[in-house]
Ligand binder design. Sequence first.
Ligand code: CNA
Length: 279
Amino acid sequence: GLPTKTMHGNAQKKLEKVASLIKEKKVNQICVMVGAGISTAAGIPDFRSPKTGIYNNLQRFNLPYAEAVFDLSYFRKNPRPFYELAYELMPEKFRPTYTHYFIRLLHDKGLLKRCYTQNIDTLERLAGIPEDLLVEAHGSFQYSRCIECYEMSDTEYVRSCIKQKQVPQCVHCKGFVKPMITFYGEGLPSRFFEEMEDDTTNCDMALVLGTSLLVHPFAELPEIVPDSCERVLINREIAGDFGERKNDTIVLGDCEVHIRSLCEMLGWSEDLDKLATPD
Ligand code: CNA
């Protein structure tokens, strides 16, 4: 791998470049693309981090393979592992991170073109990012429906089942109810495909935060932006095709730390703290 010094040494410089692009109004339409790494600071494990990642802690479920927990045919036979996991990912237990509130600040400052998230924890909503600027590319816990007859289920009912570690069932056909989060083999919500072309063509910065960019088609978002678009990655590790364009900005490390430095450079620290402080 790369020597540590080149990887971390000039993070400040790179963030200063990002800050000045914003301050000098060279970028005004930012597409933010995020993954589980922006929620780990909230206490929600990501998938692939060694030791703490969800994939590493699935042994107790006795799954045939790790991804089975998000597999529809497995869910039909045994929805329990998913609901165990759902309990752990339960949105209400968590608060948005600085990174979430930073995205909200981008909106407050009129700079947010769209926020694409792979996360299902709904922390973007909680941070106050308006629904029309948000694309929940893998769905969310917001809506649930029966996997047999597709009847929508009451959100509160599903929530209380998750809290009690029970599997919600359809009031009509008794089929298992599943939150409308995207399982393997399922298509992404149509909104993803409706917005992505215009968003990626017309943004002047793609800001990628806390994702391994291993899940497709989401991972293609930063790949299809034009060469004129600034691409910035803030993540613990390099991801996707970052590094292949000469203008790429890669800031390795903790996004909470880097986002707070960035806010300081922008003079936004007070705004950020105000948003992040519970009333
Ligand atoms: P992933 O594959 O687990 O990758 C997470 C990435 O974030 C890795 O590259 C980590 O190194 C990095 N990372 C972790 N913590 C930090 C941090 N504090 N600062 C900077 N980088 C960090 O997760 P992806 O989102 O890329 O994979 C897509 C899956 C994960 C989606 O389908 C999600 O639904 C799914 N997921 C979502 C949640 C959630 O909603 N919070 C939790 C776990 C998994």
